[in-house]
Design a protein around this ligand. Structure first.
Ligand code: ZN
Length: 185
């Protein structure tokens, strides 16, 4: 799979890694125009547009908070967080890939666990795989992913992989641990 890249605290990205095809999806964003947080890799951006379009049709109001996050920006956030949990060390945030997007409910800008129980959070959990996204940091998988439960953080993997991970309840870490990313022998 083209979009199966694994980024976590054990597999950080190179500080110089910048995706080559970042574009701004046509979805509502909280961040102002020209903000790099509005950027995603092209395929993820197109998929996000389709996801938002479907949500809109079903009267689910979503908006984007954070897409792409540079290594430098991660350094800034990490040093200002001063060891607070939930902030990944630089290179360990998959937002640097341009494949991750934080989506809270439109009426509530806060990224909180309670989002999972909102109408929007339930909708997102049930529909994101249809558009090639997974909920990257599920509940009860904190020890495996190294991240707290984040019902607002979706990650583009392509429809095939997103569907199989969602159906099996596997995280990207488990997919790698089991060697499923390797071509069959
Ligand atoms: Zn995120």
């Amino acid at each position: 799979y083209l979009f199966s890249i694994l980024v976590n605290k054990k597999n950080p990205l190179n500080p110089h890694y910048i995706p080559s095809d970042l574009i701004e999806p046509d979805i509502p964003f909280y961040a102002p125009g020209n903000d790099p947080r509005r950027l995603l890799q092209r395929e993820a951006a197109i998929a996000a547009e389709e996801l938002f379009e479907r949500a809109q049709k079903e009267k689910i109001h979503l908006w984007g908070i954070s897409g792409y996050r540079s290594y430098k920006r991660q350094e800034e956030l990490f040093s200002s967080a001063n060891g607070r949990s939930g902030v990944a060390p630089p290179g360990c945030s998959e937002h640097q890939t341009g494949l991750a997007l934080d989506i809270p409910a439109r009426m509530n800008y806060e990224l909180e666990e309670s989002f999972a129980k909102t109408k929007e959070g339930c909708w997102l959990a049930h529909h994101c795989a249809l558009f090639g996204f997974i909920l990257r940091y599920p509940k009860n998988k904190e020890e495996i992913t190294g991240f707290p439960f984040e019902p607002w953080h979706i990650r583009y993997t392509g429809i095939g992989l997103a569907s199989s991970l969602t159906l099996t309840g596997m995280t990207l870490e488990e997919y790698y641990e089991r060697g499923l990313h390797l071509p069959p022998k």
